[in-house]
Write a protein that binds this ligand. Structure first.
Ligand code: ADP
Ligand code: ADP
Length: 216
């Protein structure tokens, strides 16, 4: 089965967690622009140097930069079996660019999934989020703790807190979401591609709602 999905939702709504679960269960390619950008920052590449200041401030990285990343990823063989775009598009310009890219591949998206969760839950989730510096696996100090504090279950890597997961930057990212990304719900609703799922419950409940909403 091939499914091409776009995940929309505020930071902390669980997009990355759910994309990883779909990848594990169905082998879909997970394209996370945030992960790709953070790897570039860690590696000190020209892309990383360009993106770092925007990311630290909770602002969006310029459209041409992220569009280039996604175009390259989607052209790869691993995305032929379906993909989940987790964190892209975030602006109308990105959504239009995505349409153009997929038109070239004759592979339109099947569904845009909007994750619904309130702001206070998001702040609680993001302030406890920890990520493996080595393999990017995701944890939460209370909701999804590792077996040994600070150590990745999968690869033994060090768990770190992202510099943009501090409360004042979280609030800024929520503002950026409302202004730039929320309008995309109407963009996809207008084309009959939007499905909304409640994302405030436990991980397993969200996973079940997601699968039902996209017919998996
Ligand atoms: P979250 O889902 O927790 O908000 P991400 O890991 O998706 O975080 O993104 C982290 C940061 O990377 C964003 O705040 C932004 O600076 C940058 N970024 C990621 N994806 C995009 C995108 N599609 N467009 C612009 N900037 C992006
Ligand atoms: P996003 O990619 O939308 O920014 P993440 O998947 O990174 O969101 O989740 C943010 C934090 O919340 C992580 O620490 C993750 O472990 C935790 N989390 C994800 N989904 C849930 C959930 N349904 N209930 C509680 N915590 C969750």
């Amino acid at each position: 089965m091939t499914v091409r999905l776009v995940f929309l939702g505020p930071p902390g709504s669980g997009k990355g967690t759910q994309a990883a679960l779909l990848k594990e269960a169905f082998g879909f390619c997970q394209v996370s622009t945030g992960d790709i950008l953070r790897q570039a920052v860690a590696g000190g590449t020209p892309l990383g140097l360009q993106a770092k200041a925007c990311m630290d401030a909770g602002e969006l990285v310029p459209d041409p930069v992220v569009i280039g990343i996604v175009q390259e990823k989607l052209a790869g063989p691993e995305c032929r079996k379906g993909f989940v775009l987790d964190g892209f598009p975030r602006t109308t310009g990105q959504a239009e660019a995505l349409d153009a890219i997929l038109h070239d591949f004759s592979a339109p998206i099947d569904r845009a999934v909007a994750f619904r969760v309130d702001d206070e839950a998001v702040v609680g989730r993001l302030s406890g989020r920890r990520t493996c510096a080595k393999c990017q696996a995701m944890y939460h100090v209370s909701f999804a703790p590792p077996r040994v504090a600070g150590v990745c279950d999968r690869c033994g890597g060090e768990l770190v807190q992202r510099p943009d997961d501090r409360e004042e930057v979280i609030r800024q990212r929520l503002r950026v979401y409302e202004e730039n990304t929320r309008p995309l719900l109407d963009y996809y609703r207008g084309r009959g591609q939007l499905v909304e799922i409640p994302a405030g419950g436990p991980v397993e409940a969200v996973h079940a709602a997601l699968k039902a909403a996209v017919g998996l």
